[in-house]
Design a protein around this ligand. Structure first.
Ligand SMILES: [Zn+2]
Length: 115
């Protein structure tokens, strides 16, 4: 098993280790967004009556993202609905390097020394 070289706090290391596989993947490589229907998108923003609602859901972790697009094409409002277990307390969030190392460990990938 590869040795972790990253300097992270114990809390960050624990947070990375405790992530579910799909949450680790999305935090490391980004979400796999698919569009929600117009009706599903609208239900994200029952309290906003203007603009165009664009709803997206991640096919990997089920995170939901909703944007309200204004008449200039700008994102005027954005919300996220995180799946259970996705959230990490502020200050304990692992950075991308630590997430990559955790991903490599879980997949048992090889570190090549070049020798
Ligand atoms: Zn995701």
């Amino acid at each position: 098993m590869a040795t972790i070289k990253h300097e992270a706090t114990a809390e960050q290391q624990q947070a990375a280790k405790s992530l579910q596989d799909q949450h680790l993947y999305c935090r490391t490589y980004g979400h796999n967004w698919r569009p929600l229907s117009e009706q599903e998108s609208a239900t994200l923003f029952n309290h906003i009556k203007w603009g165009t609602a664009i709803g997206l859901q991640c096919e990997t972790c089920e995170m939901v993202r909703g944007d309200i697009i204004n008449q200039y094409g700008q994102v005027a409002y954005r919300i996220y609905r995180q799946p259970d277990g996705y959230s990490i307390p502020q200050g304990e969030t692992p950075d991308r390097a630590l997430l990559r190392l955790e991903y490599i460990q879980r997949r048992n990938l090889t570190y090549r020394t070049g020798e």
